[in-house]
Ligand binder design. Sequence first.
Ligand SMILES: Cc1cc2nc3c(=O)[nH]c(=O)nc-3n(C[C@H](O)[C@H](O)[C@H](O)COP(=O)(O)OP(=O)(O)OC[C@H]3O[C@@H](n4cnc5c(N)ncnc54)[C@H](O)[C@@H]3O)c2cc1C
Length: 334
Amino acid sequence: MNLTDYKGILVYIEYENKSICQISLELLQEARVLADIFNEDVIAVVLGYDIKDLADQCVYYGADIVWYADNILLEEYLTEPCTDALEFLVKRINPSSLLIGSSYQGRDFAPRLAIRLGTGLTADCTELGVKVLDDGTADPNQGILMTRPTYGGNLIATIVCENHRPQMATVRSSMKIIKDTTREGIVNEFSPLLKKSRVKILETIIEKTTEKKISEESVLVVGGNGVGTESMFKELYSLAKILNGGVGVTRSLVEKEWAEHRIQIGQTGTIVRPELYISFGVLGAIQHITGMENSSCIIAINKDRDAPIFKFSHVGIVGSTEKILPKLIERLSK
Ligand SMILES: Cc1cc2nc3c(=O)[nH]c(=O)nc-3n(C[C@H](O)[C@H](O)[C@H](O)COP(=O)(O)OP(=O)(O)OC[C@H]3O[C@@H](n4cnc5c(N)ncnc54)[C@H](O)[C@@H]3O)c2cc1C
């Protein structure tokens, strides 16, 4: 395999109700940064039925080229037609990389596709990067450095796909989305040969929630075990309301059943990047840190001055939740 024959960073686009999912928009930005370093194109792929409009939109979010397949067999996501269509496209355009959201869909088809393409897959990456040379510039000759937690989250591994293309990764990105409606790109249709899937969707049940996703909040008030009591935990919502933000938690509070998993931050929860992250009684375990370390401003309150969270904080306050939280609510509500 001659690696230089493979060009372009291909991004699989997911959507819901005719709107591109945040995870795919973030991946387009991630791909944009890498493509500029490697001097390659960002290529988006959209599969579905009556989705030309979505394909056009990908250009505004960073794609140079978009390939879309419009076929009734792709109307609803199913593993087999999706894998067939992507295999067809990848073999036709030979991208250097294929980035897929670390979502239910991505996790479902990516391993199957990797096997068919005879390449490796780094699953659940929390970071993508490039090798930096001694002079501080990026080394375009190395592949993408794909970073993910390993050994139950106790180690962070950086993986390189040295000998095969495309380099495949499912990614939990937290890039800021940039929309530029003046961008121009090429939008092409492709027609993969598809067989009818052996699987049939009988019913789709859409989870109804009026609450905002924690990944969309610009302020997050976060509680860990050190909030102490459930009533003190509920006070986090009072502070969040004053700050016009939401509440997030560590896994400990989900395990205690004080909070739902959908507001858990971290490796096995959601990756967030708010303008302000303010935590009470959070240790700063690596599995939590990977989910919030890119927040613009991190304020941590913990009674232990050696708590690991302080290494990642812009402002650290040594003190107890029960003293600081009520005072903060009182002050800020004035
Ligand atoms: C495979 C795997 C995946 C995981 N995924 C996640 C994940 O996605 N997200 C996640 O959060 N965790 C995750 N974990 C768990 C993680 O390892 C930690 O156990 C967890 O984050 C710790 O939660 P905590 O900080 O709330 O609690 P603790 O570890 O109990 O820490 C509590 C902190 O509060 C401080 N404190 C105590 N009392 C007070 C007080 N009165 N006032 C102020 N501070 C106080 C203590 O000094 C301490 O630092 C995962 C673990 C594994 C093995």
